[in-house]
Design a protein around this ligand. Structure first.
Ligand code: ZN
Length: 415
């Protein structure tokens, strides 16, 4: 898929510090394995029916900052992202609004692309829609059947055979993967999240209530493809598993996404890959906290969404939106308030004023850049970076050009 234009990222003098990152799977800060100065990052993309709210933007800005930290440390990152352009919520929305699902997806992907460009996000090198990889995904399902890690479940309303599920117990018994490799939850929590987040723990005739869908046999009125495993469409986790490993190879550096993807999505994305290859999907699993608005997590079902495009169209400075998000550490859960944008505007203006203010005893810009580098390398601590810049630009700096370049390179904010 077409992406968007890469933002300008100035080179800073000297070299940044390789960032230490929190690994959801181990609960520790770690240096993910980076070989020959190369990292690889997969971030789960949108289901294109309601793009792009600030919860999405918080996730994508997190992994944008991660790549900026790597770039500054001389690490070249290959970035891949998917688009879940065939999925139940998309089809439900298309049916409810009477719009063809492909048209709805195209419109929303266009809007997302425009939002990402306007926010100055680094585009993925591999931007892959599920509908572009149906055969590859079906082949992976066939390989899981072959290895004995998948089974069929009787399906009354199908027009093309039975649905296919992943066999957790079988894969645990005969592969390197274990339930809980990624998600640090007990089984009750997994069951709760499975029910809330696209799973079907109550479905009749599954071997394990948590077994996830690999392939949905064709139903009348639903999109489907003729493939090696019959007519139908893929389940959610196998899509990302195949797209991620297809773009980045096995055991890439970081698998990223929002906190609500830890289970079941990232657990089973890893399960499918590991049970097929006996190697881990990624070295490190990184998750951005969820953003609330008016008392609840921003969600499509609740309708409490703040859209990036609406803020921008109303005249918001993209730098203010980024600063409004980056004022919160990426792992925190927080609530967007309407006043956040005004606060970020004031901060941006204060920084711009500070850059041109005459000062008798200015701080060394080079020293401030080092402080920024230390903070970003410490699990992307953007609140500390913002506080460092507040203090420095309140006082005044000796090389405004260098500091402006650092803010653009590390935070993606143009002063
Ligand atoms: Zn995904």
């Amino acid at each position: 898929m077409r992406t968007w234009t890469r933002p300008e990222i100035p080179d800073l003098p000297g070299e940044g510090i390789t960032p230490k990152l929190f690994n959801t799977a181990t609960g520790r800060l770690e240096y993910p394995a980076i070989q020959d100065g190369k990292a690889s990052l997969y971030v789960c993309g949108i289901t294109p029916y309601d793009a792009t709210h600030l919860g999405h933007a918080f996730t994508y800005v997190t992994f944008d900052i991660m790549q900026r930290a790597w770039l500054d440390a001389g690490i070249e990152a290959v970035y891949a992202q998917n688009i879940t352009d065939v999925d139940d919520p998309l089809l439900e929305r298309a049916n409810a609004t009477g719009v063809d699902w492909r048209e709805l997806a195209d419109d929303q992907i266009g809007l997302y692309r425009s939002d990402m460009f306007r926010l100055g996000m680094i585009p993925p090198a591999h931007y892959v829609a599920v509908t572009e990889q149906i055969d590859e995904i079906a082949d992976a399902v066939a390989a899981l059947i072959e290895r004995g890690f998948a089974y069929t479940v009787p399906t009354a309303d199908s027009i093309a055979g039975d649905d296919i599920y992943f066999d957790i117990q079988g894969a645990q018994a005969h592969s390197q993967w274990r339930l809980g490799d990624v998600a640090p939850y007990d089984r009750d929590t997994m069951a709760k999240f499975s029910a809330e987040r696209g799973g079907d723990p109550d479905r009749y005739a599954k071997r394990d209530a948590l077994d996830p869908l690999l392939w949905r046999a064709a139903r009348a009125g639903e999109p489907s493809w003729e493939t090696a495993v019959g007519a139908g469409r893929p389940g959610w986790h196998i899509e990302c598993s195949v797209i991620a490993t297809g773009a980045l190879g096995g055991t890439f550096t970081v698998q990223g996404g929002g906190e609500d993807l830890v289970f079941p999505h990232h657990e089973f994305t890893a399960a499918h890959a590991t049970s097929l290859t006996d190697t881990p999907l990624a070295h490190l699993y990184s998750h951005a906290g969820l953003v609330a608005y008016r008392g609840h997590k921003m969600s499509k079902s609740r309708g409490n969404l703040v859209f990036v495009s609406k803020l921008l169209d109303a005249g918001a400075d993209p730098g203010s939106i980024r600063l409004g998000l980056l004022a919160h550490h990426y792992r925190s859960e927080w609530e967007w308030e309407d006043a956040d944008l005004e606060r970020a505007d004031r901060r941006l203006q204060a920084w711009r004023d500070g850059l041109v203010r005459a000062c008798a005893e200015p701080l060394s810009s080079a020293a401030v850049v080092q402080q920024l580098r230390t903070a970003i390398a410490n699990d992307l601590d953007t609140p500390v970076m913002l506080a460092t810049l507040d203090a420095a630009l309140d006082r005044g700096v000796d090389d405004p050009g260098l500091l402006a370049n650092a803010v653009l390179a590390l935070l993606g904010v143009a002063l």
